[in-house]
Design a protein around this ligand. Structure first.
Ligand SMILES: NC(=O)C1=CN([C@@H]2O[C@H](COP(=O)(O)OP(=O)(O)OC[C@H]3O[C@@H](n4cnc5c(N)ncnc54)[C@H](OP(=O)(O)O)[C@@H]3O)[C@@H](O)[C@H]2O)C=CC1
Ligand SMILES: O=C(O)C1=N[C@H](C(=O)O)C[C@H](O)C1
Length: 232
């Protein structure tokens, strides 16, 4: 598979290593200053860039008929318009806030726990995410997906940074040097806590998941998620 990497930073470089080990070719890498390039040299694009570049990068892929695996977070205000554009252009698209197998299992566990806790009285929920200090968006995309999983399965209707109430899940976002990504969901009562936590030790799980998603998406059209890729 010939891959274009849109965003050649920490994730782009980790994906390059794993994709090459799996026998793929990186035919194009794009960073901030690369404005003139031909994306159609690639069978598939993988975007791990920055929030303000994601929509433009995805749009260019649809225009060129190149399916795209989108990993960049912090652009979801434009999600609905991107999905409409994908359908209009008959593009191929996967977005996941987190491509690691472990986090995708954690997403399912989180939904099941929220469903179990829904009828139980006396517990308050809060979430915490910790990432490295270069991260541009807060809360993390993964934290937003976790919050959405709780909202689908409880009486909560929204999330907010730092503050919560009966309807609102509070998410605390911490930035600490070199942390790849840690997410915790805690239910607290007067007598105990129930806590589920995912800790990424490095970026390899995210990168491997993105390459597996690209292998799955290549040659397809339509809008998909990691549940489709992993069959969970
Ligand atoms: N879904 C998932 O599983 C994961 C998602 N992420 C997300 O991926 C994104 C990237 O993370 P990470 O690699 O750590 O970040 P980095 O800052 O290390 O890399 C981002 C790269 O994007 C480049 N860039 C800037 N503008 C553009 C543009 N217009 N087109 C293409 N590339 C551009 C930057 O170039 P320059 O340095 O020249 O500015 C930089 O090399 C973030 O949004 C992060 O939240 C991260 C890990 C996992
Ligand atoms: O910026 C990061 O590094 C990460 N971003 C993603 C997110 O916003 O959830 C995924 C992972 O946690 C690492």
């Amino acid at each position: 598979m010939n891959i274009a990497l849109l965003g050649y930073g920490k994730m782009g470089k980790t994906i390059e290593k794993i994709a090459t080990e799996r026998g793929h070719n990186i035919v194009l890498t794009v960073d901030k200053d690369d404005t003139e390039y031909d994306i159609s040299v690639a069978d598939i694009a993988i975007d791990f860039s920055i929030p303000s570049a994601a929509v433009d990068n995805i749009t260019k892929c649809f225009a060129a008929g190149v399916p795209i695996v989108s990993g960049t977070t912090g652009w979801l205000d434009h999600y609905d318009e991107i999905i409409s554009l994908c359908k209009e252009k008959n593009g191929g698209f996967i977005y996941a806030s987190n491509y690691s197998l472990g986090v995708n299992l954690f997403f399912e566990l989180n939904k099941k726990l929220a469903k179990m806790m829904h009828p139980v009285e006396g517990y308050n929920i809060h979430m915490e995410e910790i990432h490295h200090t270069q991260k541009l968006d807060a809360p993390s995309g993964t934290a937003i997906t976790l919050a959405e999983g709780i909202i689908e399965n409880s009486a909560k209707t929204n999330w907010q940074l730092d503050q919560g109430d009966d309807k609102t899940i509070p998410i605390v976002a911490k930035r600490i040097e070199n942390v790849p990504g840690t997410h915790t969901v805690t239910y607290t009562s007067a007598v105990d806590d129930i806590e589920i936590k995912h800790t990424a030790h490095n970026r390899q799980g995210f990168a491997l998941g993105a390459v597996i998603a690209a292998e799955w998406l290549v040659g397809k059209t339509g809008v998909y998620g990691m549940k489709d890729v992993l069959g969970i």
